[in-house]
Design a protein around this ligand. Structure first.
Ligand code: TPP
Ligand code: MG
Length: 321
């Protein structure tokens, strides 16, 4: 499908914002100021953006422990996220969630999730709600190659199939679950697993934004039209360690540099749109500057913010029905 200039700029801006956000967090985390664990999404941007830019706020997504990219792609405010990661009261979850629990229901972002394989069951619920109430919405679970081996994921594929849910399973296969290679840990193939549940699966080059966008378009259209669930098996790579502080001894020397130099999704996007004269490098440079500025402002805002108070401790804990 041909994308217009506004969509292309939006896609580039969102991917660039995620990259800036993550690269900056990599530096800031090392200062010791950020509490908790941080898992960075740099390198995987084309997946979150290629899918989420075709969703609206009524569509739901469930994310993972590596959730910042999904949040930004689904429209969660960068300042609210940065403040949340710094544990500030004005963070998007009041500073009580942190990196691994960022959620914004107003954007259909059901939450980052510290439970590997926690997202797929959630989106079965969201998709069942959409189907029952006939909202026309779809629900998407992003999950890793490691999560693909969890019983929760396999049970969710089965439920989505038998209930013919408007659900999309996006398996982000970055080759590792912590330090365990997916070539070792995943039996069979993702596509054959999907096929076993009667679900179509597309194999997607996750370094190619346009490939992700097209595969997601097909899956979303199918879900919206009552065609049931789909899987995308997206192959990509993370640029940083499993978590910040990981010495990454399990990756070959030069592995990440080679991927960055040869396959980077932002570079490839730039190359495609400038070669096709759809956007020029000057306007892309301007987007780079704006994204850097937005992230800089968010870090300053987060550092200036206050932590939650003792009185905030018991708020947002229980829902009153
Ligand atoms: C139920 C559960 N088991 C184990 C863990 C510990 N853990 C955190 S992340 C992770 C690896 C996940 O790998 P993958 O799903 O491929 O996601 P990636 O980190 O590659 O994005 C594990 C085992 C956990 N958080 N939850
Ligand atoms: Mg993985």
């Amino acid at each position: 499908m041909q994308m217009n200039r506004a969509d292309l700029l939006h896609a580039y801006r969102t991917m660039r914002t995620i990259r800036e956000f993550e690269e900056r967090l990599h530096l800031e985390f090392a200062t010791g100021e950020i509490p908790g664990f941080v898992h960075l999404y740099a390198g995987e941007e084309a997946s979150a953006v290629g899918v989420c830019m075709q969703l609206t706020d009524r569509d739901k997504i469930a994310s993972t422990h590596r959730g910042h990219g999904h949040c930004i792609a689904k429209g969660v405010e960068v300042q609210g996220m940065m403040s949340e990661i710094y544990g500030r009261k004005d963070g998007v979850c009041g500073g009580k969630g942190g990196s691994m629990h960022i959620a914004d229901l107003s954007k259909g972002m059901l939450g980052a999730n510290g439970i590997v394989g926690g997202g797929p069951p959630l989106i079965c619920g969201a998709a069942l709600t959409a189907k029952t109430l006939k909202t026309g919405g779809v629900a998407v679970a992003f999950y890793g190659d490691g999560a693909s081996n969890q019983g929760t994921t396999l049970e969710s594929l089965n439920l989505a199939s038998i209930w013919k849910l408007p659900a999309i399973f996006v398996c982000e296969d970055n080759g590792y679950a912590e330090s365990t290679a997916s070539s070792y840990s995943v039996g069979g193939s993702q596509a054959r697993r999907a096929e076993g549940f009667g679900i179509p699966c597309q194999e997607v080059d996750g370094f190619d934004f346009f490939a992700v966008h097209e595969a997601a378009r097909v899956a979303i259209e199918r879900a919206r039209n009552g065609g049931g669930p789909s899987m995308l098996h997206v192959r990509l790579a993370r640029y940083f360690g499993h978590f910040e502080g990981d010495a990454t001894t399990y990756r070959a020397p030069g592995e990440v540099d080679r991927i960055r130099n040869e396959q980077d999704c932002l570079r490839r996007f730039r190359q495609s749109v400038t070669d096709a004269a759809l956007l020029d490098s000057g306007e892309l440079d301007a987007v780079d500057r704006e994204a850097a500025e937005a992230v800089e402002m968010s870090v300053r805002g987060a550092k200036a913010g206050a932590p939650p108070t003792e009185a905030d401790l018991l708020t947002d804990v229980y829902v009153a029905y």
